[in-house]
Design a protein around this ligand. Structure first.
Ligand code: AMP
Length: 307
């Protein structure tokens, strides 16, 4: 049972009220792979990078159990570049620059050795590329999870809506859920989005946790209250990696197990924000992760006797 991950691999430049990074390694698929590889291996990755993407980064991912056969290296183009600036609350950010570069004309090819994947994680990427991967798979995966972003809602909404009709779970943040549904209430937004294709919807609310919707059921996972949030970039992708990683590891896609998966996703995201870029994710041990999940248990566990 293995996991196919599609998404951007990138250079990011990040500004927060507390610091600034130069070009560092980022990208949705990069964060997803670092996170999910704690739970399942191999991860079969599809992405594209340019001549400027460091070989050491690819080697580090390979060493981690990430199969890069589906990652194209374009020798005469630059990697995707994104730059963002966080507001004081660290929950909201402005995109300062998006340079598609290699992503502009990316045509993914699913290697034969990836055809056995039963779980597909469509990380943030051009919706038409996400669709192309679904179309190339000979057997529909057992579960398709999709992440996306306001950027694609603004320039490729029809393509995005088309992908939505093929996925089981959609992950978006609160502002994206509102933009996609034209509803302010997140409950109304969820109902509307679940008529567009996905039967499960996860709405991420940064430091205010995440909501999982399915039919009339709702489940809430808090975010861990942290003293310092250094850089929230990639938290959503890291969450996605933990969420799908847990589902692949347990081979259980029930709503009840998705509740646990969003706690695992939240635990992984809480590590991501503690340092710039992917730095914090690289050295994590099973004990670190188990300890963090235990903190979540303590955070929300209470007994109440109704009289
Ligand atoms: P997150 O903070 O989880 O929303 O993800 C941030 C990551 O998404 C960064 O590492 C960026 O490189 C990547 N990213 C930003 N914009 C896009 C986009 N339009 N398409 C694909 N990936 C993107």
């Amino acid at each position: 049972m293995s996991l196919l991950v599609v998404g951007s691999m990138a250079f990011d430049a990040i500004e927060t009220p507390f610091g600034k990074s130069d070009r560092i390694i980022g990208g949705a698929a990069t964060y997803i792979a670092w996170s999910a590889s704690n739970f399942t291996k191999p991860i079969k990755q599809i992405s594209v990078v340019g001549y400027d993407f460091p070989q050491e980064e690819l080697d580090a991912l390979s060493a981690r159990g990430v199969n890069l056969e589906g990652v194209q290296i374009k020798k005469d183009e630059k990697s995707f570049f994104w730059s963002g600036k966080y507001h004081m609350d660290m929950n909201t950010r402005d995109t300062l620059d998006t340079q598609l570069n290699v992503l502009a004309n990316f045509v993914p090819t699913v290697p034969d050795s990836y055809q056995d994947c039963e779980f597909l994680m469509l990380g943030n990427l051009v919706p038409a590329v996400q669709m192309s991967v679904i179309e190339q798979l000979k057997n529909r995966p057992k579960l398709i999870v999709m992440d996306t972003m306001n950027f694609w809602m603004e320039i490729a909404l029809d393509d995005l809506k088309n992908v939505l009709t093929h996925v089981d779970v959609l992950l978006v943040n609160d502002s994206e859920a509102r933009e996609l549904s034209h509803e302010y209430s997140l409950v109304k937004a969820a109902k509307k989005i679940m008529t567009m294709g996905p039967k499960y919807l996860i709405i991420k609310k940064g430091e205010h946790g995440a909501l999982l919707f399915h039919g009339d059921n709702v489940f809430f996972a808090p975010a861990l209250p942290l003293e310092d949030v250094f850089d929230p970039t990639g938290a959503g992708d890291t969450f996605a990696g933990g969420f799908i990683g847990h589902l692949v590891r347990t081979k259980d896609i029930s709503f009840d197990n998705m509740k646990t998966a969003i706690i695992v996703g939240s635990a992984m995201a809480s590590f991501c924000v503690e340092k710039f870029g992917t730095e914090r994710l690289r050295g994590l041990t099973k004990d670190d992760i188990d300890g963090r999940i235990r903190q979540f248990q303590e955070l929300v566990n209470f007994d109440i006797e109704l009289v």
